[in-house]
Ligand binder design. Structure first.
Ligand SMILES: Nc1ncnc2c1ncn2[C@@H]1O[C@H](COP(=O)(O)OP(=O)(O)O)[C@@H](O)[C@H]1O
Ligand SMILES: [Mg+2]
Length: 219
């Protein structure tokens, strides 16, 4: 079953009087539960693509269709609700809320959706092996612990699709390995689709499929 698809997706950014065409006619199809790796050189448009797929930015033209809904047709409010309920995102630089501890960061998406599920939060804290750190604040955590918190936060609402943009880019090899292992285990357990941007061929080899972006196009 198709979960997410794009139709002739284009994205340009204005630069002075000129513009840079970053994505040029991207057509992709992601199945429910699928694990897809996105590869490509720095500057090829990977992060731009992820932002569009996750509804964090608007395409210049073309469509992003998630579970039969065209994200471009939604109001800001509808899109925000969609992002809260169906989409998880893990950034290279963690993006934790500095004033909230681990437990509160993980519960945050539930709180803004006015939901309450402490059992789910606890189960995820256990799953990412942070039970001993749940009262710690981000500035008290290692990079690996921060990213494990971010992964739990991204999954707390049971999203249909989880995006991870170079999630181990700021981690050393040991932490990177642990983060990927947890991420893939949680993906399997939850059945969410996973779209991960990576430069690591060993990780891409574990994916169901790899999409390579070159100069804003799928190559
Ligand atoms: N907000 C922006 N304004 C102008 N140019 C941008 C913006 N975001 C990205 N770009 C440009 O788009 C291209 C692709 O960027 P990006 O998607 O971040 O690549 P990647 O993630 O593959 O390294 C780069 O040339 C980058 O400079
Ligand atoms: Mg990038």
């Amino acid at each position: 079953m198709t979960l997410l698809r794009t139709q002739n997706l284009n994205k340009s950014f204005p630069i002075g009087d000129d513009q840079i065409n970053v994505l040029k006619g991207i057509n992709i199809n992601i199945e429910a539960g699928e694990f897809v790796a996105i590869m490509g050189k720095s500057g090829s448009g990977k992060s731009t693509l992820l932002s569009l797929l996750a509804g964090l930015d608007q395409a210049t033209s073309g469509q992003v269709i998630l579970a039969d809904e065209d994200l471009g047709q939604l109001s800001e409010e509808q899109l925000a609700i969609k992002r809260q309920s169906d989409i998880g995102f893990v950034f290279q630089s963690f993006h934790l809320i500095p004033t909230l501890n681990v437990e509160e960061n993980i519960a945050f998406p539930l709180n803004i959706a006015r939901q309450h599920n402490p059992e789910k939060v606890d189960a995820l804290i256990e799953a990412v092996e942070l039970a001993h750190r749940k009262k710690s604040f981000p500035n008290q955590l290692s990079g690996g612990e921060k990213q494990r918190t971010a992964i739990a936060r991204a999954l707390v609402t049971d999203p249909k699709i989880l995006f991870a943009d170079e999630p181990t880019g700021n981690l050393d090899e040991t932490n990177a390995k642990q983060v990927i292992e947890l991420l893939l285990n949680l993906q399997k357990a939850s059945g969410t689709a996973l779209i991960i941007v990576t430069h690591d061929p060993a990780l891409a080899a574990l994916a169901d499929r790899t999409i390579t972006i070159k100069d804003g196009q799928i190559s």
